[in-house]
Design a protein around this ligand. Sequence first.
Ligand code: GTR
Length: 428
Amino acid sequence: MLREWRRFHVLATMAVLLVAIAWCVQFTARASPGSVPGPPTSPLAAFEGDLPVADSSAWTSRRAPLLRSAFVERIYGAAAPVASARAEYRTIDSSALERTAQLQLLTLHLDAPGGATPFQVALLTPNAGTRFPLLVLPVFCGLDSDVDARLPSPAWRPMRCRTSLGRALTQLSHGDAILQPPLRAMIARGYAVAVFYAGDIAPDDPVLFSEAPIHPSADAQESGAIAAWASLYLSVFEALHTNPRIAPSLIAVWGHSRYGKAALLAAGVDPRIGAVIANQSGTFGATLSSATRGETTAQIVRRFPHWFPARLAASPRGRYSDELDQHLLLALLAPRPILLGNAGLDRWSDPAASFSAARSASEVYALFGRIGLAQDDMRLPQMSAEIAFYVRPGGHGVRSSDWDRALDFLDIHFNAAPSRASAASRGV
Ligand code: GTR
């Protein structure tokens, strides 16, 4: 009995040690992101019968609309605002976050095929100042508990996040800083923040998604969850860009992983979005489909069929050509700022293939007289360039250093934006 007890004790100690070691490696290891694959076809080259592009007006008027339709038709399905511009505002707390911010609950009315569907968004605006840049972000698991407690709970806290085990598992799969975006820091740095929980409207589940009230296209078969989430970003944008307290040209979308894909798509289809921060967006995000050594397009479509229209899921190889690769989605964002966050151990999202995509997209930034990516080394971000790219130690997920980088990047790009400078000089 004693021997068995000892054996159990030794095994349990070893298991705890192994978990602890895995945890430390996950946080600190500096794995190499691998070598950068060769460039894809230039975004300026002829594309399926369209002549080569030589200047920014040909890009904007001819090539960009062609690419937008190609991404929608062949990969994601339609992404467009689905809310009427009308939003109902309810002030929940005018001195939230230790009196630094106003907390409002917005109800947007989505034009769902089955009738109007309410979609709730939490809006925090700093109490000091008047016209703020805005960060739009989806949450995975509720918000800061002070804020959460004041919001209608089902909309913000999915079932899995109501237990500490569920929250711990979410932290394990999506990073320790996923649960709580640093709202206080965002407010202190002068940003308004609009937060939504996408699962409320477009659940991340094949069955629930197919029964969801809202689809960007009337036919659920023709749409996928990534496009639906992109449509939610766009709906929030639509409702808030006319809000007098928000600077309309300074609206950024942030997304991690699956929402990073959606954030890139939203900005790809809507040139009014001011900047994108895509954290570890991977396959069908910023990573080249043709070069990835991580998750392949066939794997992602098999594992997450509801993320894509049924026609892509049925034929993952046939629906898009190698020509339509993800560097073209990044190119659609030119000349706007993009921050691409990566993690060395996250080989599944293949940072090196995303670096290659960013480099290639920079050819389009050059048409606009911008540099795009201004770094040769994946690990040495040039944060003031329009495309900044970093690889932090550790694995997949959001860490507090990712949030810090995101805010530093926005500080640089939005502070330098002429509209903010002139708005500031006009005292608005
Ligand atoms: C992974 C998936 C990725 C990415 C990620 C996430 O398992 O393969 O494409 O989207 O999940 O959203 O965390």
